[in-house]
Design a protein around this ligand. Sequence first.
Ligand code: GLU
Length: 475
Amino acid sequence: MTAEQKNTPTVRVRTRFAPSPTGFIHLGNIRSALYPWAFARATGGDFILRIEDTDVERSTQAAVDVILESMHWLGMDPDEGPFYQMQRMERYKEVLAQLQAAGHVYPCYTSVAELDALRERQMLAKEKPRYDGTWRPEDGKTLPPVPAGVQPVLRFKNPQGGVVAWDDKVKGRIEIRNDELDDLVIARPDGTPTYNFCVVVDDIDMQITHVIRGDDHVNNTPRQINIFNALGQEPPVYAHLPTVLNELGEKMSKRNGAKPVTQYRDEGYLPDAMVNYLARLGWSHGDDEIFSREQFLQWFNLDHLGRSAAQFDEAKLRWVNAQHLKAMADEALAALVAPLLEKRGIGAAELADGRLPRICALFKDRCDTTVALADWALVFYGDAVAPAQEDREKHVTAAIVPALDALADALQDCAWDKASIAGALKEVLAAQGLKMPQLAMPVRVLAAGTPHTPSVDAVLELLGREKVTARLRNR
Ligand code: GLU
């Protein structure tokens, strides 16, 4: 058996990402999509997107849009969905009725005020607050008289005694005593089903084999497993991912400054670099830090998920992005930079003159985002550059003006390639008795707007004769 066959489960893997669209999705959230997506791709399975929009007050279409846009940008499109929980209410009610008919559900008339009082008593007695089972039907038990005019909630009859256990792919074996779980409300007085119940119905209907989600859901899992069992279904495999912390060590959240995923796109990050960086936030493949999407999907399995919280580090993300940017083919990079330049007013015809891939080749080593690369490229397409006054004063001195004029003249007529440009520079240096930096620095400042550029002949060649001669004379 090959290693690959060993890793391939016999049942087709089906994973899901189930975000609640209650805020703009950030990197911590999207990492919970990355692993189920990667696991489905790595095993030839299916990845399903389910929007958990039952919190009607807080869910917004704008948040859904950012989820879809972010996933699409990162190349994590689902095979099925998006499915919306709000559109599945009838289905939940149908399964609720089945569960009720099978005796797993009972009406509870305890009022909110009574529950509050109960909780207070339990807290005072230093007990864990929980429903006391007043309305739970048992053989030989007489239930209280049903109060008039009260719409009951429906509670799930949690098994008594024994344990709920699962082998979590991240946390190892977890066992919870049923006695620690009270009877969960699974439908509100108006009949709408509650969260834990909907999740189970969805995971059954969508035939999810592996639930890979944030560990803030660990407490829900035993309850969900009991509902699976009551419905006569096998629960999926669970993997609960540790939290992603922000740079201050707090749980990453919008409230404490996390940016929406799409902002990284706008700041010039590459999807493959984001996938690489996010993958390492909670998973490892030996010491590999930089890898392609293909390598990641080849290597990914659930056995190397980290057990401790990962901390976001923007400087590292930039570094990872820079490595991917450097490794990218110039043509591909140019295709990403061109729209950024168009947005900044450069016409499509000019952008198609063949220079852009070469500009990318010349500058990609010194840029960590495509936006930084576009800033450089703009020097080659815009009409003028605006050097800082300080650079002008330092480098474009009166003493160098004759050499600049001589160079502009020489460049007016020479052949336009790197070697001829270098030749023209050398001739002027020799004629004026100057050293290269004395001329190269003011040339850079005037032609490119900054003294910090790669080799001056390469820069001038890409700028083109017209721009170079005009800028050298524009002092
Ligand atoms: N909707 C939940 C959340 O956004 C995820 C639930 C789940 O994955 O089971 O945290």
